[in-house]
Design a protein around this ligand. Sequence first.
Ligand code: F6R
Length: 612
Amino acid sequence: MCGIVGYIGPREAHPILIKGLKRLEYRGYDSAGIAVLNSTLKVYKTKGKVSDLEAFLVDKDISGTIGMAHTRWATHGEPNNVNAHPHFSQSEELALIHNGIIENYAVIKEELIQHGYVFQSNTDTEVLIQLIEYIKKSSGSTLLEAVQSALCQVVGAYAIVILSKTDRSTIIAARKGSPLVVGIGQDEFLLASDASPIVEYTKDVVYLDDEEIAILQRGEKIKIKTIRDVEKHPEVTKLELNLSQLEKEGYDHFMLKEIFEQPKTIRDSYRGRINEGNDVISMAGIIDHIDRFMNARRIIITAAGTSWHAGLVGEYMFEDLARIPVEVEYSSEFRYRNPIIHETDIVIAISQSGETADTLAAIELAKSKGAFIYGICNVVGSSIARASHAGSYTHAGPEIGVASTKAFTAQVTVLALMALAIGRKRGTIDTPTFHRLVAELQTIPEKVEQTLGLDKDVKEISKIFTYSRNFLYLGRGYNFPVALEGALKLKEISYIHAEGYPAAEMKHGPIALIDREMPVVVIATNKGTYDKVVSNIQEVKARQGRIIAIVTKGDSTVKGLADFCLEIPETEEMLVPLLATIPLQLLAYYIAVNRDCNVDQPRNLAKSVTVE
Ligand code: F6R
């Protein structure tokens, strides 16, 4: 979704702003713009990529040591030059960039039109800056007071940055429901919607909270006030991010780099959480709230997209190991139902970005009904992490490719740890089983490494299916969510229609689709239901569908039936998703590359979905 960068300090602002926008490109966007303050307040913006903006700026005067820049992902109004940010106020005294949605913009716009305001764009953002100007001029208030008053009137989500032509040493920024980070450097401040544009300049950051306004002035310390004028003490935290984590490091795409990082990221997800004797799993979020877990009558897992798939794997794990009933809910559905939630429920919210608007709203709903909220997030300090009562970070490092890969396996790893830790405490798994599973979990990075050795085979197979129009993915039990995830990866980055199904459901409809044009990916590693999956493969074969099978090393039955077979190392059933997902990620990747698709920034998609 939209990206924000801001700078105030002794250096030229625009190179920092443009570089910052490039670091935020992964979030997905359709237009870009910049504002700088020099002799006057200048705004330049264009539809297209940051490189288009750079080309547009070549002959423009963009010097100045204070400025802001934006990448827009259209919500209100199509992607074009006018709707791109920054937006000027009517007198062009103020300019604003904005992430989020002002829900009551139409009513405010109507009132402003009555007061003679004219609008250039179709955006809700322009309404906000016009409102701020109107309040400032009509009440004679300062810019800060006008911003406070306007933000008390708006309904919705925002991360905003404002520049004023008449105050050349101040940036005002605020957030509610959309992230904003302030970097504190030597006599300079940076601002961004995540830490990636900041880390190059400073590791000291302040994450703004909802309804907080940062006042950044040259030569002064950061000041924070709420929209209701309460002064707040800025809490400075140290970034753990490294610059190298934001580079491709020789890979053609971030997605490929992130797929290959998985041996390390899975290890990082359990590192420090298992003791040497493999008999204790320590997760502070569980230990500190152990009574909640001991007394839990039900777990509700809420998430979106890939994180929802991880939640489905978690459902099997918690039911198998901790014997707690689990429901897995799409956040977007859950928030608008009238769900029955008890105080004895634990709601686990899973989110890579920690900013998904629907998941945040689902948390707020569950919280209001007394449930205990456990967040599983990748981005440290993110909104969902902060809105949860407790939680665990996945420690996968920044995920830049829009299609989630290493975040998924890290989420599954954390869910496995949780299910094991809770099962152990509740006495629902015996000691030898616990030891065996914990030991096996620690072999997974090595087995992922071996699975990545399938890279060349998958690349070859991908060539055969580059122009397929549909794909079916089948799996049972723990492999059903893997089938869903494989299908989602392919859809997202190659734009091929794909569906994931529980293998046995095929007979109830999708079998009608099978003909010689239909590739069917079957994950056939299950021990308990192996014969049944083999029968499903036979059914596909009988209709001339082409089978790509993921099997356990040494399998001969499926090998004899499938057109292509990819062997993964043997592991415990509950850990198979950590291996079986890898060839599916690679298959989607190579097909997308063959089709010349923009792998890291697929069309229409955003990395962090901060609007509904
Ligand atoms: C798929 C993908 C999305 C996200 C979904 C939730 O590759 O990336 O489906 O999983 O938008 O995002 P988070 O996990 O950030 O809440």
